[in-house]
Design a protein around this ligand. Structure first.
Ligand code: ADP
Ligand code: GN1
Ligand code: MG
Length: 371
């Protein structure tokens, strides 16, 4: 994506009906996909409100109208469920702020699409587990999220990214990237390429074979369950709101579980260069498994619970393979902040996969405790 220009940012701001005088506008968060801004407004002498303004990534999400339709429908549905349960729909799900002409997004003069959300105050999204209790609460919240959407009409959801967690299809894209080698980088990452290939049968094809045999249920899942896609309440420590709803689609519960483990149960950052620091914490795996299974409220089948460790391995392998593919293709998908960033990210993921392979029996015994 081309960088956001000040002109287009101002054009977008102009087209939303934000109240008051703008006192702050700055880039916000550490997402890899959209361009996020925090805007603050002063209303009268005492009033202050904050909003999130995002340029949606038009290369990743080709149909913004379908994407926003999903988000409006899912958040409206969640609001009803939250209200029924006595919760606060203003804080416990995303609230889309419409444009001046009542649309859920604004298309600027260069074709960039922008949307806005009420800012969730008194809560934090963490890039790293600071307290195990937060990780537990995030697990409960992601489990609850899926439980609340259990009866959502899945057939009304658009597939915002085709085959998003079809690991087998992603393997084919990876092979194509190796073959094309547009940046001439393949020779320098032979070890990583071999790593992916050696696990084609064992990991890349695993869930798609079970799905073909009808052994796993498709559910409405989040599909991007990183710790920083959840807001933790600063006072109560509860996982108050699940955000980043761009990829809510039918999917596998194991993958929602797995993506959280890949990111949150790692002892190091996703882009850590010192691989000796990277491992999958069994303490955090245990805490998350307990919270997620509880949050799903008895809805997971025995088979799904048994396959949770495989979800962790699959999502970590898939994400590493996606980073490597992007590195081979010239870093066009994930935002990078340094040379070789995607390769560094790929290496942490593969280190985690190896570590999970070593700890496989422990992971399996942990999930069995909660069956
Ligand atoms: P990306 O798809 O790029 O990850 P996100 O929607 O996750 O974009 O937003 C990036 C970051 O912005 C989040 O991790 C979070 O810190 C912050 N954020 C997004 N929406 C809100 C909101 N409604 N209230 C408060 N913070 C938010
Ligand atoms: C992206 O948008 P963000 O930063 O929450 C990506 C996920 C990856 C993740 C890796 C739509 O998530 O699939 O797992 O980066 N989102 C999309 O950190 O591709
Ligand atoms: Mg995000």
């Amino acid at each position: 994506m081309k960088e956001v220009t000040l002109e287009r940012l101002n054009e977008a701001i102009e087209n939303f009906a934000f109240e008051g005088k703008m006192t702050e506008c700055r880039p916000y968060g550490s997402g890899h996909i959209n361009d996020t801004y925090l805007l603050s407004y002063e209303i009268g002498v005492m009033g202050r409100i904050k909003v999130i303004l995002q340029r949606m990534n038009g290369e990743v999400f080709e149909k913004p109208e379908e994407l926003m339709e999903n988000i409006v429908n899912v958040t409206s549905y969640l609001k009803e469920r939250i209200t029924e349960n006595g919760g606060d729909p203003e804080r416990e799900t995303l609230n889309v702020i419409p444009t001046k002409d009542g649309s859920s997004y604004y298309k600027d003069s260069e074709g960039n699409c922008w949307r806005s959300y009420k800012f969730i105050t008194g809560a934090t999204s963490y890039d790293k587990v600071e307290k195990p209790a937060d990780f537990y609460e995030s697990a409960v919240a992601f489990g609850n999220f899926q439980r609340l959407l259990a009866d959502f009409p899945a057939e009304t959801l658009h597939e915002t990214i085709k085959g998003f967690h079809d690991t087998k299809a992603r393997f084919a894209v990876f092979e194509k990237a190796v073959e094309e080698d547009v940046m001439g980088r393949a020779a320098s990452v032979q070890k990583e390429i071999a790593f992916v290939r050696s696990r084609e049968k064992g990991i890349a094809n695993y869930f798609s074979e079970l799905l073909e045999k009808g052994e796993l249920p498709l559910r409405v899942t989040h599909n991007d369950t990183k710790l920083n896609n959840i807001m933790i309440d600063d006072k109560t420590g509860k996982g108050i709101c699940v955000i980043d709803l761009d990829t809510v689609m039918p999917g596998l519960a194991m993958n929602d579980f797995g993506d959280s483990i890949r990111f949150g149960a790692s002892t190091a950052a996703e882009d850590e260069r010192d691989l000796s620091l990277v491992s999958c914490s069994m303490e955090l795996f245990d805490i998350y498994a307990r919270g997620y299974i509880e949050g799903c409220g008895g809805k997971l089948t025995e088979r799904e619970i048994l396959e949770l460790p495989m979800g962790a391995k699959t999502m970590t392998y898939e994400c590493g393979m996606r980073f490597l593919t992007d590195y081979l293709q010239g870093d066009t998908y994930f935002k990078i902040h340094r040379e070789g960033h995607n390769l560094d990210r790929c290496r942490t993921q593969f280190k985690l996969v190896e570590d999970m392979e070593q700890k496989w029996h422990t992971m399996q015994s942990i999930v069995k405790k909660y069956m």
